[in-house]
Design a protein around this ligand. Structure first.
Ligand SMILES: [Zn+2]
Length: 74
């Protein structure tokens, strides 16, 4: 049982799912962690679904919109 790093926060996975950006440590962890990979895939699927359903009404979604609760503040 060797764990290199703890599983990243949900907001880190969300940022990776929505923006495709994450700290290198988060990326490498997700590559190695099946649990996080599954979470990421689910988040990505939800994001795609949300954007496609929103897009009908709003057009292209602004990439800068991130829920404040997910950002975690300063
Ligand atoms: Zn993990």
């Amino acid at each position: 049982m060797t764990r290199t790093t703890a599983c990243p926060d949900g907001s880190d996975l969300l940022a990776l799912a929505t923006e495709g950006v994450a700290a290198p440590a988060v990326r490498s962890h997700v590559d190695a962690c099946r649990s996080c990979l599954r979470k990421l895939r689910r988040l990505k699927a939800e994001v795609v679904h949300l954007r496609s359903s929103m897009g009908r009404h709003l057009g292209p979604a602004p990439a800068t919109v991130v829920p404040r609760s997910a950002a975690g503040g300063d």
